[in-house]
Design a protein around this ligand. Structure first.
Ligand code: 13P
Ligand code: SF4
Length: 380
């Protein structure tokens, strides 16, 4: 039932490092805020606050959008969301803005106000094609930074700049420089779940969709992969390349356990279990399929299981259920507190006041862009 358990369990990393191995100094200056700048909020005129009443007109204007989410949003909740949905869609036109949303966004954001949805790889690729003046990133900060790196002349907004990521905050650019000193000549791959500073220091980026391909593209027998130790371990199980990893972990995926998954299987031996590669090895060993958020969604679309456990952030199961209501989703509900900072009222605020603007030092952005573009330009 579980795939490639033995190969995966036997896989060892060639090394595992963390901030403590370098004295932890690099983290002291990590999150210095940029102050004294003229922001998009200063430049733009704030728009008037639209009416947020539930009226027959709002009901009519949003009826087609409610159709998309009615399997997961009860009718009693829609009157609170619909006025925001209508106002956001109108303000997007007024601001010439597009909304890019990650698969972990809640159903009303994912289905009712977003223009482009997807996993980290798709969002990065789509960000290179955006024609609008303004990008509102509904996801976490590193995703908004990636959009800014790829679109230096556009205004990139994030509805709550505190939407961080435990992986991105586990490593700094200086940590990467210290790793390079320890392993001279070994190429470094950064998961996109990293800050621009880190992306600027590495040879290439990867996402969970293409990590094995990226590692093998470097033609080296050893590669350093930062910052997710579990993604690194998963990649090590799929390639002959030796992997040196960083000790970071996703605070959402590291909470799942193999025991938990075995209990789902004992309760229903026919249940299908699919997991994200940020999960620990004992979880992946129990899964029938492992892949990025987009690959997990494609797997469900293609295989149409009767009952499925999606071992990842739980809003994603809601989004797939909205599309495929006949499938039963068993939901071990681990929410990403950072993704959940993004809400309809904050998106509306973003568009009214043009905040919070995401900026990246142009010198860092230029170096980081090379790492992201090198990944995007890899041929399949
Ligand atoms: P994906 O690239 O699979 O969308 O993953 C991003 C992420 O943050 C998962 O926790
Ligand atoms: Fe980061 Fe994990 Fe949240 Fe993804 S789910 S954004 S990896 S903390």
């Amino acid at each position: 039932m579980a795939v490639e358990t033995s190969t995966f369990e036997k896989t060892a990393l060639a090394g595992l490092y963390g901030p403590e191995d370098f004295g932890g100094l690099a983290h002291k200056n990590a999150n210095a805020a940029v102050r004294g700048r003229i922001t998009a909020e200063d430049r733009a005129r704030a728009l008037p606050m639209p009416s947020l009443e539930w009226t027959p007109e709002v009901e009519r204007a949003t009826a087609h959008l409610y159709e998309r989410v009615k399997a997961v949003i009860p009718p009693v909740e829609w009157p609170f969301m619909a006025p925001y949905v209508k106002a956001i869609n109108e303000l997007k036109r007024e601001r010439n803005a597009v909304i890019l949303a990650h698969n972990y966004q809640t159903p009303e954001i994912f289905n009712c106000v977003s223009d482009i949805v997807g996993d980290s790889l798709k969002l990065a690729i789509e960000a290179t094609k955006v024609k609008a003046d303004v990008i509102v990133q509904c996801g976490v900060h590193f995703m908004a930074e990636t959009s800014k790196i790829l679109n230096p002349s556009k205004t990139v907004l994030i509805p709550d700049s505190r939407a961080g990521c435990s992986l991105a905050s586990s490593i700094t650019g200086e940590d990467v420089r210290l790793l390079r000193e320890r392993f001279p000549g070994v190429p470094v791959v950064a998961y996109v779940n990293t800050s621009a500073d880190v992306k600027a220091e590495v040879d290439i980026c990867c996402t969970s969709s293409n990590a094995v391909q990226v590692v093998e593209s470097l033609g080296s027998d050893t590669v350093i992969m930062v910052p997710d130790q579990y993604l690194a371990k998963y990649v090590a199980s799929k390639t002959k390349v030796k992997i040196i990893a960083w000790k970071g972990a996703c605070e959402v995926h590291e909470r799942f356990t193999g025991d938990e998954l075995r209990s789902y299987r004992e309760a229903d031996p026919s249940v299908q279990i699919i997991a994200h590669p940020e999960c620990p090895p004992d979880v992946i060993a129990e899964a029938d399929f492992t892949g990025s958020t987009a690959h997990m969604i494609d797997w469900v679309r293609k295989n149409h299981p009767q009952r499925v456990v999606m071992v990842t952030e739980c809003s994603m199961a809601d989004n797939v259920q909205a599309e495929l209501p006949q499938i039963e989703f068993v939901k071990p509900c681990n929410l990403c507190p950072h993704m959940k900072r993004i809400t309809l009222p904050k998106i509306l605020d973003s568009l009214i006041y043009m905040r919070e603007e995401v900026t990246v030092d142009p010198m860092i952005a230029e170096k980081a862009r090379r790492s992201v573009e090198r990944m995007i330009n890899l041929k399949n």
